[in-house]
Ligand binder design. Structure first.
Ligand code: GBH
Length: 466
């Protein structure tokens, strides 16, 4: 019996990304990406893990689609590997790379699962990085060409398109503090990358619309930024500063066709903003059909007028901001568990940037495996991993679905919810040691075993609610 039903048109799904699951890094003409290079750079990724094999999804996609069908998944969000499709990032496409996505899409459609394609989830062709990567304007133009090529092959069957996943991470972690590929630490490059990512999004959105794409969107990881002390003026100022650099630098050009003046002022301290050319903001503001929201945890900040704060990943906070250590129950990533942040974030987006439907394109949590106890003491488990009882993950997902439902009740036009992630996978700088899947992956055998959360999610989907 369901007590919390979701709107009729609400979609349930899961999400993954190419480099995190595909493997087959050297097959069928794929070129190297910045993550191949970065993961081979000593000290960058936990224990030198790479995506060379990952979940071997490239060879096991048919089984993975069956697995999803069994769970009742309605929408599957996956990303296309740019260097698989266009090994050098420009020039001729590699038909064998596109063949893979063609097979995947057909398998999904045959099982009634709606494919949702993300064109870029962080795996830039290395050749383009050698020419400056996202700090170079030409990358934005090449991205639009690549997007059109993917649409040319899949557009007759794929209706739902996303240009970028979390340009915040690409720019700030990739070029600002260097924690992600390509590992550049240069504030000017980070802000230049923000702009070229947004420009690439706008150019690709235009190309996709011109080619007749059904729905075009972008996925951001906007932050729910909170003051440490709600009564402190210094903390309120810190919230405004972080909101500017985390949220408005993306949202305002996308939905108001202009960077805010305070953002431009901030950027100009690091790099002359001449890379923003006349007309760029109109390209970036090309109307879109969906805003994807990835939410994991809120961000608590305190103002430090004495300059003693850390500054985090944001260039130019100059010690004026302290990012508080997460408090309360944490996930295995050390992130806070605060579902109310999701309600606040969705409401804020719907209020400040009205008119575009929202979808939760990622939400989920890493927790270490906990095996189910054997049925009886003299009956050992048939295999060690099939019984992961992730009540912590179920509680996380349940709480966030309730928070999403609350946002809908308050009037937010929310179209769906995608769990991150279908499978345990390559968690970027953390390698394989963090597990986000609702399905366990044994990396030695590539055996998939649904966790208790997968069974729970299957029931949520079949009841269309909680
Ligand atoms: C997503 O990024 C990615 O799209 C996906 O590929 C990845 O596997 C998944 O999340 C899990 O990491 O320290 O509490 O302030 C997430 C980007 C940005 C989310 C930083 C958490 C800091 C939270 N992250 N953020 S906290």
């Amino acid at each position: 019996m369901s007590t919390l039903r979701f709107p009729e048109n609400f979609r349930w799904g899961t999400a993954t990304a190419a480099y995190q699951i595909e493997g087959a890094a050297h097959e069928d003409g794929r070129g190297p990406s910045i993550w191949d290079t970065f993961s081979r750079t000593p000290g960058k990724v936990y224990q030198g893990h790479t995506g060379d094999v990952a979940c071997d999804h490239y060879h096991r996609y048919a089984d993975d689609v069956e697995l999803m069908a069994g769970l009742g998944i309605q929408t599957y969000r996956f990303s296309v590997s740019w260097p698989r499709v266009q090994p050098d990032g420009t020039g001729p496409v590699n038909p064998r790379g596109l063949d893979f996505y063609d097979r995947l899409v057909n398998a999904l459609l045959a099982r009634g699962i709606d494919p949702m394609v993300t064109l870029y989830h962080w795996d830039l062709p290395q050749t383009l990085q050698d020419r400056g990567g996202w700090a170079a304007r030409e990358t934005a133009e090449h991205f639009a060409g690549y997007g059109a090529a993917v649409h040319g092959r899949l557009g007759d069957r794929v209706k739902s398109w996303t240009t970028l996943n979390e340009p915040w991470c690409s720019a700030y972690l990739g070029y600002g503090n260097g924690v992600h590929a390509p590992g550049v630490a240069d504030p000017g490059a980070a802000f230049t990358a923000v702009h070229h990512l947004l420009l690439g999004h706008g150019l690709a959105a235009r190309a996709l619309h011109a080619a007749g794409a059904g729905s075009v969107g972008i996925t951001l990881n906007p932050a729910d930024v909170r003051p440490a002390d709600p009564d402190s003026a210094a903390d309120a100022a810190a919230v405004r500063l972080v909101d500017r650099l985390h949220n408005r630098i993306f949202l305002d050009p996308l939905f108001r066709a202009a960077y805010p003046a305070d953002v431009l002022e901030h950027v100009a301290r690091f790099v002359p903003p001449t890379f923003i050319r006349d007309g760029d903001e109109n390209v970036i503001a090309t109307p879109i059909d969906l805003l994807g929201v990835n939410y994991y945890a809120p961000l608590y900040v305190a103002g430090k007028p004495d300059g003693a704060g850390g500054g985090g990943a944001f260039p130019g906070t100059d010690g004026a901001v302290e990012f508080l250590s997460p408090a309360g129950p944490l996930t295995d990533m050390g992130w806070m568990i605060e579902p109310a942040g999701l309600t606040r974030l969705l409401e804020r987006l719907a209020t400040d940037y009205p008119g575009v439907p929202l979808m939760i394109t990622e939400n989920g949590a890493a927790f270490p495996d906990r095996a189910a106890p054997p049925a009886s003491l003299d009956q050992p488990e048939a295999d060690g991993v099939s019984g992961v009882v992730d009540t912590d993950r179920i509680a996380y997902l349940d709480g966030h679905l309730r928070a999403a439902h609350e946002a809908i009740a308050r009037g937010v036009d929310l179209r769906g919810y995608l769990v991150w992630s279908l499978l345990d996978n390559f968690e970027w700088a953390e390698g394989y040691r963090k597990r986000f899947g609702i399905v366990h992956v044994d990396y030695l055998t590539q055996r998939r075993s649904p966790k208790a959360s997968a069974r729970w999610y299957q029931e949520v989907i079949s009841r269309h609610g909680l």
